[in-house]
Design a protein. Structure first.
Length: 373
């Protein structure tokens, strides 16, 4: 037969708890201990409140631009829950829920968006600063996983990015290296339907984003990203594959951002109210609460108590972020590289002298070093 298929593929969609409350016991029973589901639900309430307060801080001129995470909490939280303590979490900017779950102090996110570089100082945490340059972080994840494999460690890297980011060359390079060098990376694409005002249908003509990983020889799966259980399941499977076989996986988490792209955006100008209304009903927080209530694991009183606790906690987080001592002006050089490049070293050393009118290239770097400490 001169013509025969050489490759065929199927992309599976995984859902355990759907928006109507249907729960797949076969996949879901025993997946997460009840106490952990309760803890993660409370955590989602805290994250939702954090989001609301961060939005208000921007609107009242107390913080710079902020990207709301509202609606996408289950995707990063479920994935973060499935990772081991020493795994790397390499994110963009809609993963607060997962980062907080893994121990990122909440003040750090506020400081970041307040323009204070200390928000990016993550010493001791296996996570990288929020990547605002779209797609750049996936390369870092591949590099971290490569380092882990090279050193014989058992940690893996889990990276998060949007649907739009898969159109960046960085994604394709990171994916190709990860698959062809057999590196322990989990790629989690949060497909929220939009890249600012560009709908995903314009970003890609393919029926799924998951299949983008196929081209590189990766395992690929699509999952309901608003389903905490399904996120835990697919990430756990992918993490196991990475750890035990050094094989990367591409996970497409189908979700939706319920807010604007950032506080600098007004999504009403490009998306329909009906679309938003439909996704409001698929809200991961509502879904999880219904599941907990149906099992007598949650009550109205617990809800009120948890919300009051969340308000207290976030008020303290805001206070800590706003009352921190002003940073030294040279601190914005300090948290990106372990060792500064020669150019940055020079900029750091000459920033004061050049700001008062001296040409940095004419400043004796060694002499000025002491003055700017
Ligand atoms: C390299 C680069 N190009 C363009 C931008 C401007 N930009 C910021 S967010 C964004 C869209 C990202 O969409 P997606 O990856 O789907 O993530 P989402 O914001 O939807 O979570 C763009 C184009 C950027 N930050 N970096
Ligand atoms: Mg998007």
């Amino acid at each position: 037969m001169p013509v025969k298929p050489v490759f065929e593929a199927v992309i599976n969609h995984v859902s355990i708890l759907d928006e109507h409350g249907n729960f797949d016991s076969e996949l879901g029973d025993g997946l997460i201990p009840d106490a952990d589901v309760v803890a993660m639900y409370k955590h989602m309430l805290v994250c939702r409140h954090f989001d609301e307060i961060a939005f208000k801080l921007q609107r009242s001129g107390r913080m710079g631009t902020y990207p709301e995470n509202r609606g996408q909490e289950a995707a990063s939280l479920g994935a973060a829950y499935a990772l081991e303590q020493n795994d790397w979490m390499v994110t963009c900017y809609r993963e607060n829920a997962g980062l907080f779950w893994r121990g990122l102090p909440k003040e750090k996110i506020l400081l970041h968006w307040m323009g204070d570089e200390r928000g990016n100082n993550l010493d001791g945490l296996r996570m990288t600063p929020l990547a605002i340059a779209i797609g750049s972080q996936m390369l870092h994840a591949t590099g971290l996983a490569w380092a882990s494999k090279y050193k014989g460690e058992d940690s893996i890297a889990c990276t998060f990015f949007g649907d739009g980011a898969t159109s960046e060359g960085d994604f394709h390079e990171a994916a190709n290296f990860a698959a062809s060098l057999s590196l322990p990376v989990v790629f989690v694409c949060q497909n929220n339907g939009w890249a600012i005002s560009t709908p995903s249908s314009v970003e890609s003509a393919a029926p799924t984003f998951a299949q983008r990983g196929l081209a590189y020889g990766m395992e690929c799966v699509q999952v309901d990203g608003n389903d905490l259980f399904a996120m835990v399941k697919v990430t756990r499977d992918a993490a196991k594959r990475a750890r035990e076989q050094n094989k990367p996986t591409f996970i497409e988490a189908v979700t939706y951002r319920l807010g604007d792209h950032t506080t600098a955006d007004d999504a009403r100008r490009y998306r329909d109210q009906e679309e938003l209304d439909m996704w409001m009903k698929r809200d991961p927080v509502i879904r999880l609460r219904q599941w907990l209530e149906s099992r007598d694991l949650w009550s109205e009183e617990q809800e009120a108590h948890a919300k009051a606790e969340a308000e207290k906690e976030i008020a303290m987080v805001v206070k800590n972020a706003e009352e921190i001592d002003a940073p030294a002006s040279s601190e914005f050089f300090d948290n990106m590289f372990v060792e500064l490049t020669p150019e940055l070293k020079k900029q750091r050393q000459t920033m004061r002298t050049s700001s008062i009118g001296q040409n940095p290239s004419q400043v004796d770097v060694k002499q000025s070093e002491g003055a700017i400490k």
